[in-house]
Design a protein around this ligand. Structure first.
Ligand SMILES: Cc1ncc(COP(=O)(O)O)c(C=O)c1O
Length: 414
């Protein structure tokens, strides 16, 4: 297995040739990654050359439609699903909200939805509002107040014949723990309920393998996977058929449009093809010119990318273990992705984020919309929240060392 060629990777991101891009160690990747040049090229191409209403008879319009189709087809190929399974929304939050509205027919009074306390609010709020509208009951799958983790045995106690749906995150954007989705699915299937999974935090670190995940809907955001800001939602066909379409009535026959409330920017859709270009380029560089499907290339690259991230993550966790901080999440790299949240009893999370600027490190503090999780874990000042350090496959050892040096100075010399 080759090692990730970090120089080659960084050469694919125009930001690393700017002054600030070179100077700043960007460790706020969970908030949105840098954008790869291939995506920027496709965006620019669309805006420059054919930003017209697509799918018309003239050549400009043809090109626009073809570029948009390529964007959708590329995402489908990266996930190994048919293109008409892919709904593109403005964001993951919008996708979840639309899905929740579409689930109204599944509800009669007394039916139940289970959401996890570990989730980003994106995959909770819409389900809560749906329950309020339909007279359903929202049950909370509680997170452990120390570790923030979910226990499948707790879910089992909440499941009942009244359960319509369970919503859970693939991995936490705060504690970074990877959840056992298929084990959860097994329990959910026992009561014939649906499983909706938030892959936003997971996708940039591992790239989802939908062939292996037993889920009814899977959602992630492409601005975290080196692209434009969109939500991608893949919904199982038999689930989609049960839902109320959220599109114009004349679009109902087209399954890709059924949950499309009004698509994102056309150029941004076209630019999604750049994420495929990026994986192609990386794969070719690391593995050669094999003729394997795009999703296989993406997953092969995701393995190399993840190995690199986890090496840095391990180094970071080992160094944080010697500092006076509370780590939110597992102290080691097992069953974890490279999102590390921490807080100090002595210095605010904002002061840590501000202080890191002097070490040319960009990280953020806050609750990151996982408000319920942080509240459950005893965080009192929600605006201050935690400091989150989130790595990407383009992160360097030097950037992480600067972060460690900065935190050590801020925490021990203050
Ligand atoms: C885990 C998780 N889920 C959902 C979202 C919401 O994604 P979007 O900004 O596309 O609505 C985020 C955004 O940060 C997230 O981190």
């Amino acid at each position: 297995m080759p090692q990730l060629d970090l120089n080659f990777v960084r050469n694919q991101f125009p930001v690393f040739s700017t002054d600030l891009g070179q100077k700043i160690g960007f460790l706020d990747n969970a908030g949105g990654s840098y954008v790869t040049g291939a995506v920027i090229d496709r965006l620019t191409d669309f805006y420059t050359n054919y930003k017209v209403q697509p799918y018309g008879a003239n050549p400009l319009s043809n090109k626009a439609g073809e570029a948009m189709d390529l964007g959708r087809h590329t995402i489908a190929a990266l996930l190994n699903v048919p293109p008409d399974r892919v709904t593109l929304g403005a964001s993951s939050t919008q996708c979840f909200n639309t899905l929740a509205q579409a689930c109204a027919p599944l509800f009669q009074k007394g039916r139940e939805v289970i959401v996890s306390e570990q989730d980003h609010e994106s995959n909770i709020g819409g389900w809560e509002r749906l329950c309020q509208q339909q007279g359903g009951t929202l049950k909370i799958w509680k997170a452990n107040s120390e570790t923030g983790e979910l226990d499948v045995a707790d879910l089992e106690k909440l499941l009942s014949p009244k359960t319509v749906l369970v919503a859970v995150t693939h991995s936490s954007n705060i504690i970074g723990t990877l959840n056992p989705i298929n084990e959860i699915a097994q329990r959910v299937r026992q009561v014939n309920a649906r499983l909706v999974v938030d892959g936003v935090s997971y996708a940039p670190h591992c790239w989802p393998n939908l062939d292996e995940l037993d889920v009814d809907a899977y959602v992630f955001s492409t601005y975290k996977t080196y692209g434009t800001h969109q939500g991608v939602m893949v919904v199982r066909e038999d689930f989609l058929d049960e839902l109320t379409p959220q599109c114009h009535f004349f679009n109902v026959p087209y399954s890709a449009k059924r949950l499309d409330t009004a698509g994102p920017d056309h150029a941004a859709i076209a630019a999604l093809a750049g994420i495929g270009d990026y994986f192609e380029t990386l794969y070719h560089h690391h593995f050669g010119a094999d003729k394997v499907p795009l999703h296989v290339k993406a997953r092969a690259m995701a393995t190399l990318m993840n190995q690199h991230e986890m090496k840095l993550c391990t180094y970071l966790l080992e160094n944080l273990a010697n500092l006076p901080v509370r780590i939110f999440g597992r102290p080691g790299p097992e069953q974890r992705e490279a999102n590390i949240a921490l807080s100090s009893p002595k210095i605010s999370s904002k002061a840590l984020a501000d202080g890191l600027v002097d070490y040319t490190v960009a990280a953020k503090n806050g609750h990151f919309y996982a408000y319920r999780l942080l509240r459950a874990m005893g965080v009192e000042d929600m605006n201050d929240g935690v400091l989150r350090i989130s790595l990407s496959h383009y992160t360097t050892q030097d950037e992480v060392e600067r972060c460690v040096a900065g935190l050590r100075a801020l925490l021990t010399e203050s």
